[in-house]
Design a protein around this ligand. Structure first.
Ligand code: SF4
Ligand code: SF4
Length: 290
């Protein structure tokens, strides 16, 4: 199985538009959405079968038994994360601030604090005509890299014989991106033609290069700034990175997404540019153009 990961330096650059179009062109039967903070690839797949859902447990969080709490305030004094406060005369934990260090449980004279595993998200696996692995992390939870790895592992486990897997990655260069890059055969970076887009691209390339994966670049909405598009092409030339193409701004993209479709389902200039891009990506993946 060849694995193609689509990344961007930040959200809103069109990464999922590209991933959804590629999925449609290829008829890919192996797909994953590793953007666990805001997964949205499923929105263009129409009706999906009921997924197999699995709880994703993060680290521990403190819970206070108010029946036992004496209101002494020792836990507040010792919590380095400011995760405890009083509600009336009882201690309460802010689940978003608690790091699960357990100090409060140790200092509590009443044994009122327990540490319990935290439900940090949910993993979903759709198995129908295609295998689609995705997940959603709860707001304010860490461990996104661990969840991304689980999403990838499920894809490999349940769709082992598919010739091509398409993975929509997380935006940025953080933990989930690093977790998604490992083991990929090609990372396609969707860049935005703006000064911040160029800087994002440079940082992302630096991050991905340390994993020694094959990288390629395209520019979305290139016509918004031909000058910056040229700068990105020049950067790719200097770095020896294949530049796969320019995608035009096309309002059909948002119209298609609003109707729950991929751009690949709509006859428009962007579709044609994406098709060409897809063909070039297949060549880099040594799958030939189909
Ligand atoms: S240390 Fe224990 S008893 Fe004291 S306020 Fe905290 S939870 Fe309540
Ligand atoms: S477990 Fe640690 S971080 Fe969480 S409330 Fe207790 S002392 Fe604070």
């Amino acid at each position: 199985m060849k694995k193609l990961l689509i990344l961007s330096g930040k959200g809103g650059t069109g990464k999922t538009t590209v991933a959804a179009a590629f999925a449609s062109f290829s008829g890919a039967r192996a797909l994953a959405d590793c953007d666990v903070d805001a997964p949205n690839l499923h929105l263009v797949f129409g009706e999906l079968p009921t997924p197999r859902s699995t709880d994703f447990m993060g680290g521990d969080k403190a819970r206070v038994n108010v029946e036992k709490c004496l209101g002494c305030g020792k836990c507040l004094e010792h919590c380095r994360f400011g995760a405890l406060s009083f509600a009336g005369d009882k201690a309460v934990v802010n689940e978003y601030a608690c790091e699960g260090c357990g100090v409060c449980a140790q200092v509590c004279p009443a044994g009122a604090v327990t540490l319990l595993p935290d439900l940090a998200g949910r993993q979903e696996l759709y198995q129908g005509e295609r295998v689609f692995s995705t997940a959603m992390l709860k707001m304010g939870r860490g461990n996104s890299g661990k969840l991304v790895t689980k999403v990838k592992l499920d894809l490999l486990k349940y769709a082992p014989n598919c010739p091509l897997a398409i993975v929509d990655g997380s935006p940025g260069i953080g933990c989930p991106v690093i977790a998604s890059v490992g083991g990929m055969d090609l990372v396609l970076v969707v860049a935005e033609p703006s000064p911040s887009g160029i800087s994002d691209l440079e940082r992302l390339v630096k991050t991905a290069e340390s994993f020694r994966v094959k990288l390629a670049v395209c520019v979305n909405r290139w016509d918004m700034s031909p000058e910056n598009t040229e700068k990105i092409e020049a950067f790719c030339l200097r770095q020896g990175l294949p530049f796969l193409g320019r995608l035009p701004y096309d309002k059909s993209a948002s119209l298609a997404i609003n109707r729950g479709l991929s751009v690949a389902d709509v006859d428009c200039p962007l579709r044609e540019a994406l098709k060409e891009l897809y063909g070039k990506a297949l060549v880099l993946l040594e799958l030939g153009k189909n």
